[in-house]
Design a protein around this ligand. Structure first.
Ligand code: ATP
Ligand code: MG
Length: 795
């Protein structure tokens, strides 16, 4: 009604209104960070539904993360005052999985296909490289994985690539063969890798026009957030979905599938809305193509462009800093963010001695913010690399700062979790040889690699699934013990499969029941609990946690099947652990931070080699992309922004002297209030992290294996004060850190440390300025010390 319409436009600026009210074939909203792009998309959806111009089921909205999707769904619901069922608000990957689960049978896959994550893909590629002895030609797993992914993002497959390849070059020939075998193994395993989810959906639409028509009829309004980060395959998918619907189509397919879309013959293409900001394009390394946004008007004739300029998120000081930084990227349209909320506080800069010192500063500041009324949930800490979390987590645990690490694929990357998931996958998808081979001798059943290969060969020669080969293992002429072991496992898998049979009298069993059966009968958990490795207990706990996850899944998805669970697990991407961040500080990488906002933001590790990352510094376009990443980080902050760095940084297993990031110099000096290390007078670095397991916030995203002995120790008392102004860098940092020169140390030497007393050197690792002494102190336990700067002397 009219009142809803007014409410929908309430408080919007004129350009935002135009964007919400636009009706037509194609709309491009380009605008800087925090100008309301996502808000406008959300309101457009609510407006379309409320005015009855569209059924919820006719809407497809694409967000960058599942978390963003959940938020958008919630906001649309809040605007409408009811939840709108049937809307597809999801990531590209989730939307494609949904389509493929329905349609995969069209082209030789089953509904229960497996989704290979990048780790699975690499395992497969590793095996192929080994089989072909391609490593002798210089092929590496990550090189091949990267190239295949890049090609798939451009919608190339092994055959199309082969047509353009230069076969006089043996390298090319081998690569084509690797790519072919990889593709073949995937389809033999009834599996898609991550890039396939998009690429194969595009293929499906092109190869089966009537399938494509069904979805074109269904989705009449397509909206894409963060369009600057779409790659070619995603762009092609959008193109496919927005094509006009032909005149003479057979509707039977739509009828069979029960879609409630309009069924008039012949329809114009769906209305497309995309929003984006080329200054926030941070996925070029994954094939994201800014040209998609630049060329939108040419690609979608009749498109209207709306520019949003006013920022509603941040204070002017934060925006001025962001503008100053991004203006150093050439090759961009100059746009300046502005706000009318005033300058706000200055940015606070901090230089610590070490990552721990920096983390302590962050923890102290968070405590202060909390005391002055900022809830933990409004605070976020960003970093460039996951490795940086360790110091932060150690300190946060000690300081009892409740936190969560977002981007929790980590849990699912653990070996024990992969093992258990492999059991579930083996039940769901009998063709998935990789999953079956993983569990064949896990836990140990006396089945060796030769038997594992023999089964694979048997499966291939007899053209049966790997699981069939296991069932027929008595035909392989193996020893009786091994044969029984294989058969027992095959029986267990069959029993589990019977549990999920849709025709089962009492209906398919919930995932938790299937998992419980597998865990108990396989002896996996018992084997872990009996293990001697001190980590095994923690591993067993992780498995218990997975069991808890399946129970949670059953609660949230009544009727959810095993494949649904596996889908959900595979799609847990960065930023997707929404669970419960209500009372906690959020920790995440800068990439994960995209689209989010927090009252207070700590951007840590603003150092050369981290930001820009050392891998990108030498790549063309690398430093510009890293600058956009920095820009993304800065523009997440509403009121308070902290930029911090350390003088020494433990990274890649060693500790090195760190330099301030080049990007810091780009921020006008008067915007930053620099602070020095507050803890100069006290020794902190040597303290053992205590009670690491106490008070740990629940949830599996926190690391389980922080060990005190991992931490590199410095005695900060003997270091000079941290630099206060930019003028003091970088000479001061390098020049005034304690320098032991080329102090010679050998295993067996005894040393004295200012804080830890006397101890014995057990080993020396690293080279040059990065040499590290592993010392067993008589009283203070074992420590690793950077020889160049540690306050030590030989005795
Ligand atoms: P990003 O580029 O970071 O994704 P964005 O352009 O999508 O940002 P939003 O997240 O939609 O921006 O909006 C930023 C903030 O501004 C949000 O808190 C939003 O609620 C608020 N906002 C947007 N438009 C208005 C407005 N007209 N009046 C008041 N607040 C607004
Ligand atoms: Mg946004």
């Amino acid at each position: 009604g009219a009142s809803f319409h007014d409410a929908l436009l309430d408080g919007l600026n004129p350009q935002q209104r135009v964007a919400v009210e636009y009706r037509g074939p194609a709309l491009l909203i380009v605008a800087g960070a925090g100008s309301g792009k996502t808000s406008v998309l959300t309101r457009r959806i609510a407006g379309l539904i409320d005015s009855r111009e569209a059924w919820p089921s006719q809407i497809l909205a694409i967000t960058f993360t599942n978390k963003a999707a959940a938020e958008m769904r919630e906001r649309v619901g809040a605007l409408l005052g009811q939840t709108a069922e049937g809307m597809w608000i999801s990531t590209f990957h989730s939307a494609c999985v949904r389509i493929l689960r329905r349609e995969a049978e069209n082209f030789g896959f089953t509904k229960s296909f497996t989704i290979y994550d990048s780790h699975d893909s690499r395992t497969l590629i590793k095996r192929i490289i080994k089989d072909l002895q391609a490593d002798t030609f210089g092929f590496t797993v990550s090189g091949v994985a990267g190239k295949i992914s890049k090609l798939k993002n451009e919608l190339a497959d092994a055959d199309s690539y082969a047509r353009t390849a230069n076969f006089n070059d043996p390298q090319e020939e081998i690569f084509v063969e690797i790519f072919r075998q990889y593709t073949r193994s995937l389809s033999a395993a009834n599996a898609f890798d991550f890039d396939d989810l998009i690429g194969q959906t595009v293929y499906l639409f092109r190869a089966f026009p009537q399938v494509a028509e069904t979805y074109r009829r269904r989705f009449r309004h397509i909206l894409v957030d963060e369009y600057q980060d779409t790659n070619h395959a995603q762009y092609a998918l959008i193109r496919e979905l927005t094509l006009p619907v032909g005149e003479n189509d057979d509707d039977s397919y739509a009828l069979v599938h029960g879609f409630d879309g309009q069924r008039t013959a012949g329809l114009p293409g769906a209305s497309l809305t995309v929003v984006g900001d080329s200054d926030q394009s941070i996925y070029a390394f994954r094939g994201a193509d800014i040209r998609n946004i630049v060329e939108f008007e040419r690609d979608f004739p009749g498109a209207t462009t709306v520019l949003l300029e006013q920022n509603y998120r941040s204070t002017q000081n934060i925006l001025t800093a962001a503008n100053a930084v991004i203006s150093n990227n050439f090759d961009r349209k100059d746009k300046k963010l502005w706000t009318d909320v005033g300058d706000g506080e200055k940015i606070i800069g901090f230089t610590g001695y070490s990552g721990h010192d920096e983390a302590q500063f962050v923890a102290d500041e968070i405590a202060t913010l909390h005391e002055s009324g900022t809830p933990y949930k409004d605070v976020a800490v960003f970093y460039r690399t996951n490795a940086q979390t360790r110091a932060l987590e150690e300190i946060f645990i000690r300081a009892a700062v409740p936190y969560r690490v977002l981007g929790g694929t980590r849990f699912y990357e653990r070996a024990e979790i992969k093992d258990v998931l492999a059991y579930l996958i083996a039940v769901a998808n009998p063709f998935d040889a990789m999953a079956l081979r993983r569990i064949l001798n896990t836990p140990k059943r006396g089945i060796g690699p030769a038997t594992e290969t023999a089964l694979a060969v048997f499966a291939e020669t007899n053209e049966v699934s790997y699981r069939d080969a296991m069932r027929r293992s008595s035909e392989l002429g193996l020893g009786p013990k091994v044969t029984t072991a294989i058969l027992d496992l095959a029986v267990l898998l069959d029993e589990a499969t019977a549990l999920i049979d849709p025709d089962r009298a009492e209906g398919p069993a919930p995932v938790s029941e299937v998992l419980a059966l597998l865990l108990e009968r396989s002896g996996y958990v018992v084997a872990l609990r009996a293990g001697r490795d001190p980590q095994d207990e923690a591993r067993a706990e992780n498995v218990e946690e997975l069991l808890a996850v399946t129970k949670e899944f059953a609660k949230n998805n009544p009727g959810g099947q095993l494949v649904d669970f596996l889908t959900e697990v595979s799609l847990v991407a960065a930023a997707d652990e929404l669970d419960d961040t209500s009372g906690t500080v959020s920790l995440m990488t800068l990439h994960t931070a995209k689209g989010l906002e927090y009252e207070a933001v700590f951007l840590t590790g603003v150092e050369e080699d981290l930001l820009p990352h050392r891998m990108s510094a030498s790549e063309p376009g690398g430093p510009a992309e890293e600058r956009r990443l920095f820009y993304v980080g800065i523009t997440r902050a509403r009121k308070r922004l902290y930029l911090s760095l350390a003088m020494t940084r433990a990274q890649y297993g060693e500790t090195a002297v760190a330099m301030p990031s080049r990007y810091l110099q780009e921020i006008p000096a008067d915007l930053i209030d620099w602070r020095q290390s507050p803890g100069m007078a006290t020794s902190r670095g040597g303290t053992q992290p205590r009670a690491l397991n106490a008070n740990r916030p629940g949830g599996f995203s926190t690391r389980s294996s922080i060990r005190a002995s991992d931490s590199l120790s410095f005695s900060e008392s003997s270091l000079p004060p941290a630099p206060r102004t930019k003028a003091e860098w970088p000479n001061r940092i390098t020049a005034q850190v304690r320098d032991n020169g080329d102090l010679e140390l050998q295993p067996g030497d005894r040393i004295r440390h200012t804080d830890f007393g006397e101890g014995r050197v057990n080993a020396v690792t690293g080279e040059g300025t990065k040499r590290v002494a592993h010392v067993q102190f008589d009283a203070a336990g074992s420590k690793k010390l950077l020889i160049k700067i540690a306050p030590i002397e030989k005795i």
